[in-house]
Design a protein around this ligand. Structure first.
Ligand SMILES: [Zn+2]
Length: 279
């Protein structure tokens, strides 16, 4: 099964920007110190303008996954993203780890973030990316109930969308699978994410890889998909507070140039990719 790509296109490429700003570290840090918050300022003041300028230079449509907290704290920056022609998707209320929430709390935070999207973006998002890419047992059902078209948090494939299904796990007998979801999964990968490779969070994440090493991984992933997965997609996840840094944005531009040198590349948003899928 492949995407029905536009005439002449071989591979869809999505750059997803997780615009976490000052709630970026809620999932991993006990406190939000002034230093941690300043990294959110960098995201808004430096990283986001650099990313927007880079995407404009190469005429690339991207998807920005934005927590409600970023929407209401930095509405002017969100406006600049929209003015650049990029789509906005849901990315939690305050970058909460949904795995630690009760179903009632998860539902309350979904209501809250959708209200914030209505207020700041002017409409509800079609897609959801879970903060830190994990689900509770309730998340998939909540996404279905709230009418999301797609999710982009899971890792059951690499170059093709799929329909995730609930799993009841057992240890001494086989796991049980529920029916495939109507929510389409546009899968992600930690290997195609700038954050774990490059960032550093004292006591929580070492990162700090050489950009040559990260570039080689991204390039090889793209080259493999281009050769072996025609009609598929490649997703890359970046953050302004990481890829907005000088060395990292030079690597990102190198990657974009490498991709753009190939015939039949469709740089596009995740909702566009969703709309090209038929089961
Ligand atoms: Zn995030």
């Amino acid at each position: 099964m492949t995407l029905r790509l536009p005439e002449g296109k071989r591979l869809a490429v999505n750059i997803g920007v997780d615009f976490d700003a000052q709630c970026a570290f809620n999932g991993v840090m006990g406190t939000l110190s002034p230093s941690i918050l300043s990294r959110g300022d960098f995201d808004v003041e430096v990283g986001t303008p650099r990313l927007l300028a880079l995407f404009a230079k190469y005429d690339i449509n991207t998807t920005w996954c934005v927590p409600g907290h970023t929407l209401v704290t930095f509405p002017d920056a969100v406006r600049r993203v929209l003015d650049g022609g990029h789509e906005i998707a849901a990315h939690g209320a305050y970058h909460e780890a949904v795995t630690g929430l009760s179903e009632a709390e998860e539902r309350r935070l979904m209501d809250l973030q959708l209200t914030q999207h209505d207020k700041i973006v002017g409409r509800r998002p079609r897609g959801y990316r879970s903060p830190s890419w994990d689900f509770s047992q309730a998340t998939l059902g909540i996404l279905e109930e709230y009418g999301f078209d797609w999710d982009s948090s899971l890792m059951g494939n690499d170059f093709f969308p799929y329909r995730p299904r609930p799993v009841v796990t057992h240890r001494e007998r086989a796991n049980e699978f529920g029916p495939p979801s109507r929510v389409l999964e546009l899968p992600v990968s930690w290997f195609m994410d700038d954050f774990p490779a490059i960032d550093h969070v004292p006591g929580a994440l070492q990162g700090l890889m050489s950009t040559d090493g990260v570039f080689a991984r991204w390039r090889d992933t793209f080259d493999y998909a281009y050769a072996n997965a025609p009609g598929g997609m490649v997703t890359l996840t970046v953050h302004g507070l990481v890829s907005g840094r000088a060395h990292a944005i030079m690597m990102l531009e190198r990657f974009i140039r490498h991709v753009a040198e190939h015939d039949g590349i469709w740089f596009t948003g995740l909702s566009d990719i969703h709309d090209r899928w038929r089961d």
